[in-house]
Write a protein that binds this ligand. Structure first.
Ligand code: ZN
Ligand code: ZN
Length: 376
């Protein structure tokens, strides 16, 4: 797979790390006694000085964007992160357009840190202490890539166009399936029935209820979710396919429900995969790995924790332009476009007569509006 992704040419992709070994090594390095006994990193005086000079107390109170713009970074710093930060701030100060783009980015990911878990508040979740030392991994889940139309391929300059849908923090001692259960995707929530003959029928069965299979692909291993007897082994055809190509390493089979994050070998920044509903494919990227600190939530039940999520735009009814779309109609010759979005009222008013008989021929499905379900 490295031949495809050219990981060595991409500076943001790390070398392969063993999560369990990472915890052991850093727990040892950060143990204060071990640190001072060996004397190789810091003296106790240096530690006290750093401890008293730097404070993170201001951070949770101030929006990240507003905070960073007032940073004053000295000229002669050597720390690479500060040099990069300085270049970034200069770029923002010299271009109003770029500054606006950054502001927009922060606004789109505007969740108070450590306060939101989906719609729940951390304080409301039953407390169970984390077993420390514990590793916290940040996982980015990308929006599934749209299948490109011939128009897209001809006129859009850059395809595919990847967007992060949500960021989670997970713990090393959690199973992969715990993350899967927290990932929200529209294709799980779709009602998979054509309903033009039954406009009033209330159906709660979704694709998630019918098609429960899914897998994560991480570092050469396909981890199936086989918790439900109806789940299919998605890994077999993928493994067979991997044996046929020269650009792809041969893959192995794993189990989501029997594998913990600390059992993984992974590369930060590397594009892995979450696949479900047959062909709904989300890139999955581990963007950070660190020991859980005193600043983090210590309640095991609060993880996997949704820390940021993209705000989606509402889709409106194409007739009244007032209410959210609830129905999508295909191939109706009485309409100028297909698909056509309707709110509940306009859908019934336009497509059925006073006796609730369908007018003409068309296909209709319930429309799931992302903001209505993803932020619920
Ligand atoms: Zn999906
Ligand atoms: Zn309407």
């Amino acid at each position: 797979m490295d031949i495809v992704h050219e990981a060595d040419k991409r500076g943001w992709i790390s070398k392969s790390s063993n999560v369990k070994r990472f915890v052991e090594e850093w727990n040892y390095k950060l143990n204060r006694n071990a640190l001072f006994e060996h004397g190789s990193v810091l003296t106790e005086n240096m530690f006290s000085e750093i401890d008293s000079t730097f404070s993170l107390e201001v951070c949770p109170e101030v929006a990240e964007y507003e905070y960073s713009r007032f940073l004053e970074i000295p000229e002669d710093v050597e720390l690479v992160t500060l040099i990069v930060q300085k270049i970034e701030l200069n770029k923002r100060n010299s271009s109003v357009k770029y500054d606006k783009q950054v502001y927009q980015h922060f606004r789109n990911y505007n969740f108070p840190p450590h306060q939101m878990v989906g719609a729940e508040n951390v304080e409301d979740i039953p407390f169970e202490p984390v077993d420390e030392p514990e590793v916290a991994l940040t996982v980015q889940i990308y929006r599934p890539e749209k299948k490109a139309t011939p128009y897209d391929r001809k006129f859009l300059s850059r395809l595919p166009c990847f967007k992060i849908e949500s960021n989670f923090m997970v713990l090393g001692n959690q199973h992969l399936c715990e993350l899967r259960d927290k990932i929200e995707c529209l294709s799980d929530k779709v009602i998979p029935f054509e309903l033009s003959d039954f406009p009033d029928m209330e159906i709660s069965t979704t694709c998630k209820d019918l098609y429960k299979s899914g897998f994560f692909y991480i570092e050469g291993v396909v981890y199936n979710d086989m918790r439900d007897p109806d789940c299919r082994d998605y890994s077999e055809p993928v493994i067979q396919w991997s044996k046929t190509g020269t650009d792809v390493m041969e893959m192995q089979k794993g189990s989501m429900e029997n594998t913990k994050f600390k059992d993984l070998k992974l590369r930060l920044g590397y594009p892995y995969l979450y696949n479900h509903q047959g062909n709904c494919e989300h890139l999955l990227v581990f963007s950070d790995m660190r020991l859980l600190s005193d600043e983090d939530v210590k309640n095991k039940n609060a993880y996997p924790m949704l820390v940021t999520a993209r705000h989606n735009k509402r889709i409106f009814c194409m007739v009244c332009k007032i209410f959210d779309a609830r129905w999508v109609v295909f191939n109706n010759p009485r309409l100028p476009e297909t698909p056509f979005m309707f709110c509940k009222k306009c859908y019934v008013g336009f497509n059925y007569d006073s006796n609730k008989q369908k007018i003409g021929q068309f296909k209709a499905y319930r429309f799931i509006d992302p903001p209505a379900v993803m932020n619920a």
